[in-house]
Design a protein around this ligand. Structure first.
Ligand SMILES: Cc1cc2nc3c(=O)[nH]c(=O)nc-3n(C[C@H](O)[C@H](O)[C@H](O)COP(=O)(O)OP(=O)(O)OC[C@H]3O[C@@H](n4cnc5c(N)ncnc54)[C@H](O)[C@@H]3O)c2cc1C
Length: 511
């Protein structure tokens, strides 16, 4: 039986391990921390619960496909609840806007802000629809193993059709005049850790997807997803080893032969798949090579200052499940601070998640559980930052903005607080530069130009996760897992267990 070693039990590593086990590989999954999930983690204490990373469950069809590929039905594992309004956007002047799939409500709200904006919104959605389907079919949902596959005569015009060379904010500004609407329909690029002034206009697919496919919440929280994938993988025979940090990938000529753990133990494998952040794997787990410097010079996504607040007191009706606070009057400046100066803006935009609005059990009856995400620049060793001072500044900025909304005295009713910041992403998860979303998604870092999911020299070393193709975000990383397994099954010998099954069955597994 062929053996595979997966390094890292993030969602990418879990999905890859389960798919390979189903295809007949004997899989060992090595995770440095004590439980699976990576960025998709959970904190619990004193009756309070928090999802630490992802809170928006988008593109449910892609999750369902993963469950099918590993022999399960998503519905048997996750009870998905649709959130509508998807979120409330708060502007600096005290007004707000509920983004919803209810078109009547959208019409009333949009026309009140800018006459004609509802028609503009429908046109924007129509463009988002086209970007979504063209991108997923032609660029995101497939492997590229050469320039010839990427820049085909058929693909070239599509690059223009999905507006890959136009900037997202500029494109949004063609639809809406009111700066609040321009901000409300462009901030979503921050899901990828990219400035809307730099992101491709292609990403209007995000706004389309939120309204058309919906924003969902798995009952029990996002960590249910991780628990169920880990349990399925285990049932398929994947051997999990937690607290097992890999310190080196062993190479022999043009192949890798195994890994060495930090405790000195060595494990051999026919195929190795690294789910740990790709630039970290090149710089820390592989022998010195020129690609390390090349990767260090690439552009990285933003990081985040995260606050998890266990609140003792009434649940405010001013908050929905998802709430976005935009610094719309200093919008451009706030992104320049994050992406050019790698700092915290003076008036940061931020996001608050209050899951008890959907699932009361996330906090005791007399309490609330709030997650706050404040985007901030990533770590740059040449410009050291005082992260604890920045955290204090972010906390104060959030309190003062929530105070303006009417959520006064929050600071006094926080029973306990947990925080995560760039240095935690670096140390706990080995995310290069503490960039919370991995490598950036500029035009020159997507498609064939994103670091590939197989090493150029070592032909049996593969990558899965946010910093390889196609990119970051849970559903996109699940696509990354499908693509890498398809590639392994095509390029590496078929495990004995499946030698007797038909090619069509293997193709079905690949699908
Ligand atoms: C704050 C935040 C909010 C987000 N919000 C959303 C959202 O709402 N919706 C959404 O879809 N996406 C969201 N994302 C993005 C999403 O979380 C990521 O794209 C996704 O979780 C990445 O998964 P991964 O498998 O690539 O990597 P990871 O989750 O980072 O997993 C990699 C694993 O490798 C392990 N590892 C590292 N080094 C080693 C080693 N040497 N040996 C062994 N193991 C190792 C790590 O411990 C980790 O468990 C968010 C991310 C963050 C940080």
């Amino acid at each position: 039986m062929y053996t595979a070693i997966v390094i890292g039990a993030g969602i990418g590593g879990l999905a890859t391990a389960a798919r390979l086990a189903r295809a007949g590989y004997k899989v060992t999954l090595l995770e440095k921390n004590s439980r699976p999930g990576g960025r998709t983690d959970t904190i619990e204490g004193d009756g309070f619960r928090f999802d630490t990373g992802p809170t928006l469950f988008l593109m449910p069809g892609i999750f369902a496909e993963t469950y099918r590929a590993i022999g399960e039905r998503m519905e048997a594992h996750l009870e998905l609840l649709r959130l509508d309004p998807t979120y409330r956007v708060h502007f600096h002047n005290g007004t707000s806007f509920d983004i919803t799939a209810d078109l009547n409500s959208m019409r009333e709200q949009l026309e009140a802000m800018e006459p004609g904006a509802f028609k503009a919104f429908l046109d924007f959605m129509s463009e988002g629809y086209s970007h979504y389907h063209l991108s997923l079919e032609h660029f995101v949902g497939r492997n590229f193993t050469s320039w010839f596959e990427y820049l085909t005569p058929a693909n070239m015009p599509l690059i223009f059709r999905v507006k890959a060379l136009r900037k997202h904010y500029k494109n949004t500004a063609r639809y809406f005049k009111d700066p609040r609407l321009r901000a409300a329909f462009s901030f979503q690029n921050m899901y990828l850790g990219v400035s809307p002034y730099d992101a491709m206009a292609t990403y209007s697919l995000l706004q389309y997807s939120e309204i058309a496919d919906g924003v969902w919440f798995p009952r029990g929280g996002m960590y249910k997803l991780i628990e169920s994938l880990a349990a399925i993988a285990e049932g398929l025979g994947v051997q999990f080893r937690y607290n097992s940090p890999v310190s080196r990938i062993e190479v022999e000529g043009s192949r890798v032969s195994g890994v060495t753990l930090e405790n000195g133990e060595r494990l051999g494998g026919d195929v190795i798949i690294a789910n740990a952040d790709l630039p970290y794997v090149y710089s820390e787990l592989l022998p010195e090579e020129r690609l390390t410097d090349h990767l260090a010079k690439k552009r990285y996504s933003s990081s985040a200052l995260m606050f998890y607040w266990a609140i003792r007191g009434e649940r405010s009706s001013l908050l929905l499940h998802h709430n976005v606070f935009l610094s719309d009057h200093r919008y451009r400046e706030s992104f320049d601070r994050i992406f050019q100066d790698l700092k915290l803006p003076d008036e940061p935009s931020f996001y608050v998640c209050a899951p008890t609005r959907t699932e009361p059990s996330f906090a005791p009856p007399d309490g609330d559980s709030l997650l706050v995400l404040v985007p901030v620049g990533h770590i740059d060793d040449s410009k050291p930052q005082d992260w604890s001072a920045l955290r204090e500044k972010a906390r104060e900025a959030v309190f003062s903005r929530l105070d303006m909304l009417g959520l006064t005295g929050l600071n006094d009713i926080i029973e306990f607080e947990k925080t995560i910041g760039p240095e935690d992403y670096l140390k706990r998860l080995n995310l290069t530069k503490g960039a919370a979303f991995g490598l950036s998604h500029s035009f020159s870092q997507v498609g064939y130009m994103r670091p590939h999911n197989r090493h150029r020299r070592y032909k049996n070393l593969y990558f899965v996760g946010a910093s390889t193709h196609p990119g970051t975000g849970l559903p996109i990383v699940l696509i990354s897992a499908r693509l890498v397994v398809e590639r392994i099954l095509r390029e590496q010998p078929v495990p004995e267990k499946h030698v007797s099954i038909s090619t069509s069955q293997i193709m079905e597994l690949e699908r």
